[in-house]
Design a protein around this ligand. Structure first.
Ligand code: NAP
Length: 333
């Protein structure tokens, strides 16, 4: 049964697992099948996954449109936490960070229209934009909150120092950093900061782009514009280290818990300090079947130590998720 948690920082109760809809937008994931995507969203909601995370940039509006259609068909809007983002601009060709007030105001109207809703529960700045004064961005978000068009403000990919700057004007309810068994950089700074300031972490990349699902093999081919063609974890010889780690973790999960690596990866994640929701990227209903087996058990300190030992022994040349970051903007004067 799905577990829920109430944020300390906002009037929101969120499920421990949320649906990530980047792949549903198609872009950078080799295309999308709309009918299948809508079935996936409905399957998620049926399973208690009542937080849907999307963004304008996912398929340049396409993911939000599909989410909007799926929610309009499903109903029960007031029982669903709808999270989207703003602050990436694709109007000039490439992707550029842009959290200027006029851009955010335009994006909000576009998102409300595509999502077929009057209010967004969680509105997140997708990537920090050093080209805009944070105070201006924050004041714009605060105005949106007062107007009722958004209920709470979140950030994504922000450093503690950047969160400090934004939160001097507007309260930050959530942070969305990358976090999974293989990508743990945030443990040094972002996670302790969020714990200290009661900011709930809605983490992305729980399955490390499918690597931790247990279904990945060395001969897997990625179609079209799938980002994993350029993901440094998926290139030899490093890919073999990660696959070896998955095999050892799977063995540990089976022997210790009668579960599989996919369950272990998610349980580990939601047991970490500060994590409120782990986003799960899925685009087919069957991909969500393992969700139920994440609940009703937990890891001891000894289990966590054993996992760390396996990781140290197998992944000798680790690499982070930095390849996904859009180019930095130049600091504003
Ligand atoms: P993820 O959840 O780590 O992995 C998603 C991929 O795992 C899926 O596309 C699927 O790949 C595979 N998968 C899922 N369930 C599976 C199952 N049961 N068995 C086998 N494979 C399975 O990756 P993510 O999409 O990067 O992250 C999740 C969400 O976080 C995104 O959708 C997005 O909402 C958010 N996100 C946010 C940011 C940000 O900057 N804020 C960045 C990245 C992601 P295939 O369908 O190809 O098999």
């Amino acid at each position: 049964m799905m577990e829920f948690i109430t944020l300390k920082s906002a009037d929101l109760t969120v499920p421990r697992i949320g649906l990530g809809t980047w792949a549903i937008g198609g872009w950078m994931w080799g295309g999308t099948d709309e009918a299948e995507a809508i079935r996936t969203i409905h399957a998620a909601l049926d399973r208690g996954i009542r937080l849907i995370d999307t963004a304008p940039v996912y398929g340049f509006g396409h993911s939000e449109e599909i989410v909007g259609r799926a929610l309009a068909e499903y109903g029960q809007r007031d029982k669903i936490i709808l999270a989207t983002k703003a602050g990436l601009d694709w109007s000039g060709g490439g992707i550029r960070r842009n959290s200027a007030p006029e851009r955010l105001r335009q994006e909000l109207e576009d998102s409300l229209r595509r999502l077929q809703t009057d209010t967004i529960d969680l509105y997140q700045i997708h990537w920090p934009d050093e080209g805009t004064l944070f105070e201006e961005t924050a004041r714009t978000l605060e105005d949106m909150r007062h107007s009722g068009k958004i209920r709470a403000v979140g950030v994504s990919n922000f450093s503690p120092e950047q969160m400090d700057r934004l939160s001097s004007v507007v309260p930050i309810a959530t942070a969305q950093p990358p976090y999974n068994l293989f990508e743990r950089g945030i443990e040094a700074d972002v996670a302790p900061y969020c714990v200290k300031h009661d900011i709930g972490m809605v983490t992305y990349g729980a399955l490390c782009r499918g690597l931790l699902s247990g279904a990945m093999s060395a001969d897997r081919k990625f179609e079209g514009d799938d980002l994993r063609q350029n993901d440094p974890k998926f290139q030899p010889p490093r890919f073999a280290q990660y696959l070896a780690a998955v095999e050892r973790l799977d063995q540990f999960a089976r022997e210790r818990f009668d579960r599989r690596v996919i369950h272990l990866a998610l349980r580990w994640l939601i047991d970490q300090p500060g994590v409120v929701t782990a986003l799960w990227g899925a685009r087919r209903p069957d991909q969500l079947e393992p969700v139920d087996a994440i609940f009703g058990w937990s890891l001891t300190g000894a289990d966590q130590a054993e996992i760390d030992r396996i990781l140290t022994e197998t992944v000798t040349d680790p690499v982070g998720p930095e390849f996904m970051a859009p180019p930095e903007s130049r600091p504003s004067a």
